[in-house]
Design a protein around this ligand. Structure first.
Ligand code: NAP
Length: 327
């Protein structure tokens, strides 16, 4: 595993991280989620399954783990794993997020899986909850899917509270992005200052071979000393072997190199110089093992040449993503 500086925050991460969105609750939007969990939805079964995937990541040297208040019990599962394995907080970096409340009540068929509210009361409540579960293990706290429309980047009381959390707890403050206007939102966030310094020092954005539109802003954020985390790198399962045809050029590259399409997609992201952490969203140990194989293909010319050649337009990409069913 390659170690990385997380921007100029002083945190040290690894090139690959593990996200827990698919591991903390029964329902998610990735293509084959129901099959991944084999419908074993009891809390103890899901906790055991999450611990197995976390063990595989740890053994491979992964040292960044990503959660959110809305990922069901992801923070709890992470906390129980850290305790069981006697892990020292100095040996890994954990990021979580506030702004969505989990509302599915452990049901796959829930009408609403999460509710978004970027208000001061939600921040205060969720920061306390995250602290209760993760305590001194928590290093980075992100606004979950900040958008210009949500108004969070001009909500002075929220921004002041984030600045207070930074100075009182030492948290790195960040934001995650979603939707076709990731770049515009990040541009606005780059201008949010407290005491003459950037309030945010971490950004988590969607970048993959089908959707690269945010790249210029991610470069800017990295130059400003932020840590850049890439999410949805296999387009929620669309760039994996479970899809027969992803994109002719990606499929051909995978065939020629003798690897799977997830390896091509992840190696492309690992090759971008501005990325501090590329998240695997693996829902199973076998998926994670496959994703990890991408480490051997960083900067492969054939893979790098695909970047910018196989994009969908941001609008088409995000419409497709919005139509993915919870399963
Ligand atoms: N707004 C935000 O802040 C936000 C939004 C999304 C994600 N995230 C973060 O990013 C992480 C990753 O995102 P994501 O899981 O949504 O997207 P992703 O990483 O693009 O997709 C991961 C999914 O792809 C499938 N997959 C991966 N490797 C595979 C393989 N070798 N063979 C077959 N299927 C494979 C699995 O889904 P299936 O088996 O179910 O198809 C897996 O759950 C999350 O865990 C979370 O931490 C943050």
């Amino acid at each position: 595993m390659i170690e990385k500086e997380f921007g100029r925050t002083g945190l040290k991460t690894t090139a690959l991280g593990l996200g827990l969105a698919a591991l903390g609750r029964p329902g998610y939007i990735t293509l084959g989620h129901q099959d991944d969990l084999r419908e074993e939805y009891q809390v103890e079964q899901m906790e055991h399954h999450a611990h197995q995937v976390l063990d595989t990541a740890w053994a491979a040297g992964v040292r960044y783990f990503d959660a959110a208040r809305s990922y069901g019990r992801a923070e709890q599962f992470l906390a129980s794993w850290l305790k069981k394995r006697l892990i020292d907080p100095a040996n890994l970096v954990i990021g979580s997020k506030w702004g969505y409340t989990y509302t599915a009540n452990w049901r796959v068929e829930a009408e609403h899986h999460e509710v978004k509210e970027h208000s001061l009361p939600v921040l205060t409540r969720q920061a306390e909850e995250s602290r209760n579960y993760l305590g001194r293990f928590l290093n980075i706290y992100h606004i979950h899917s900040a958008t210009i429309d949500s108004g969070v980047l001009t909500n002075e009381s929220v921004l002041d509270e984030l600045a207070r959390l930074r100075s009182s707890l030492g948290w790195v403050i960040g934001l995650s992005l979603s939707g076709p206007k990731q770049g515009e939102t990040l541009e606005k966030a780059l201008n949010v200052k407290r005491d003459g310094e950037h309030l945010f020092q971490s950004v988590q954005a969607t970048w993959n071979l089908l959707e690269t539109s945010v790249e210029p802003w991610l470069e800017e954020a990295a130059s400003a000393g932020w840590g850049v985390i890439v999410k949805e790198v296999v387009a929620n399962g669309r760039l994996t072997p479970k899809v027969q045809q992803t994109h002719p050029e990606i499929d051909q590259a995978a065939r020629d190199l003798g690897v799977t399409t997830d390896v091509v997609a992840i190696a492309a992201a690992l090759s971008r110089p501005w990325g501090a952490v590329i998240l695997s969203g693996a829902a199973q140990r076998s998926q994670l093992e496959s994703n990890l194989a991408a480490m051997a293909w960083i900067n492969n010319p054939r893979i790098v040449s695909l970047i910018g050649q196989v994009n969908e337009t941001a609008e088409v990409y995000w419409q497709t993503r919005a139509a993915l069913p919870w399963n």
